[in-house]
Design a protein around this ligand. Sequence first.
Ligand SMILES: [Fe+2]
Length: 317
Amino acid sequence: MTFEILGPDELVFGVDDVEACAQYLTDYGLAPVGVTSAGGRFEALDGTAIVVRRRDDPALPAPLPTGSMLRKTTYGVPDQATLDAIAAELGRDREVTTLPDGSIEARDDMGFALGFRLTVRKPLDLRAEPVNSPGAAPQRGPNEIGVSTTRDALPRTLSHVVYFVPDVTKAEAFYVERLGFRCTDRFTGTGPFLQPAGTLDHHTLFLIQTPPFMQGIEHFTFHMAGPTDVLQAGYRFAAKGYQSFWGPGRHLFGSNWFWYFNSPFGCHVEYDADMDLHDREWVAREAPAGADTSQAFLFQHRQLWFPSGPPPKAGAH
Ligand SMILES: [Fe+2]
């Protein structure tokens, strides 16, 4: 079966420290909406969001046995007919619950809680990051400044989520056969990059084979306007004290710029930008997972610096 699934609209977490998670997501660049000591929503520009609740919130789906803080991945669909069709398909062999807000809830074959809802995505009408390139028409005209320390660098839309799964073959089969996701590329023995039918993005879901005790979320990320926003948002985030985990750099599969940070969600959190688009003509590539296949280049964060003063003394660090 294939359904017009647009991508993840919301990720719901049940956390130990609501205050730290709220501060983290606000500093990351998401807008807090209705946030109290019990949690709230943290929205990108198009309304896609991270939802934070207390770990013991009785309204949350039961956690995975591993205790991963990810409690639900909610996908957006364009219309009620699609929602009804997904409910009918999943209802053939599992419990599907309709919630008071009209969304439906079920579990995938690994036990991850899934939601499906009429999408919250607001259409965005924003400019791409403009670049001036010799031989091409200028994207920034005379006197239009490319960068400043005060410009916004805000997450635009929830891009993708990555799961650690104990049986990647079974997990992939569920998303491909039951929901119509397609594999766009694959790391041999690790897992597939998966794209639902309602988007051209290289992936909205990536699966990684792990031992069962690791099952959960590895990272999530929001799309930024472009590489400058990834670098500038990441730089500000690091300056606030958050710890860089990997990046900045540019992935090979998907071509997306990336910068990953540690977080209080028990997973990494990424900024990304400029992902490849693929349609049905695309033939999935495959490579062993490793440093050479994961990125075209990689940089490391460092403090602002300026070449000044006398040469360093011999032996000085
Ligand atoms: Fe990613």
